[in-house]
Design a protein around this ligand. Structure first.
Ligand code: E4P
Length: 218
């Protein structure tokens, strides 16, 4: 399973990149809005740090402007993937961009059928938002499961990138579905990689070892 960090925060990316677990980054306008007004610098810095796919979302509205902005976004770096919302007016744009070889991540996907439709366009990534379903009392996990089943039935090339993940437990359930990738906020990543019993176990081993009085040598 590929693991992406769902953030535009350079310090947090720098913090977790050395773990060797981070395959890519997903930014969005909300994430970027927290990093100051020099958005180009933020994206360039992330591109310099992370070799894997970095999703950058269009913020224009008309299909023509979205197309032009998508082309511009690709100039930030070879690994940049253009994020476009799953809205019908953008399907012709996505179709054209895919034919031109642009890597697309279709975002704000909320149903298995939306996923099936964008898969037919040959996009690189499809991002179903699990947590936002849960936020309004609908079982996002089941919808993701149905999406994965459809992907397996039709064997489409697009990768499912489970998004809007709220907790390590939700991530663990998602992992059991066999999705291609997940994007998690740094806080969820940190919660998942550590465990209080690991910390406690290390402290016990330390205390016992120190009783030997050999100063850490073996
Ligand atoms: C995905 O690419 C999005 O950036 C993200 O997962 C949005 O999730 P949210 O519901 O936490 O805003």
């Amino acid at each position: 399973m590929k693991i992406f960090l769902d953030t535009a925060n350079r310090e947090l990316i720098k913090k977790w990149l050395p773990t060797g677990l981070i395959d890519g980054i997903t930014t969005n306008p909300s994430h970027l809005s927290k990093e100051g007004s020099d958005v180009k610098q933020v994206i360039s810095d992330i591109c310099a740090m992370v070799p894997g796919p970095i999703s950058v979302e269009v913020v224009e509205k008309t299909p023509e402007a979205v197309y032009a902005q998508a082309k511009h976004i690709t100039t930030f770096g070879e690994q940049v993937v253009v994020k476009i919302p799953c809205a019908s007016q953008y399907f012709p744009v996505i179709h054209k961009l895919v034919q031109e070889g642009v890597s697309i991540n279709v975002t704000l996907v909320f149903t298995p059928l939306q996923a099936l439709m964008v898969a037919k366009l040959g996009v690189m990534l499809i991002s179903p938002f699990v947590g936002r379903w849960d936020d309004i009392g609908v079982d996002g996990f089941t919808l993701l499961e149905e999406t994965v089943n459809i992907k397996n039935l039709y064997d489409f090339d697009a990768e499912i990138l489970a998004a809007s993940v709220r907790s390590p437990l939700q991530w663990q359930k998602i992992a059991q579905l066999g999705v291609d990738a997940v994007t998690v906020p740094p806080a969820v990543f940190e919660q998942a990689i550590n465990h209080p019993l690991t910390e406690k176990g290390m402290a016990i081993f330390d205390a016992d070892w120190n009783k030997l009085g050999v100063n850490g040598s073996l």
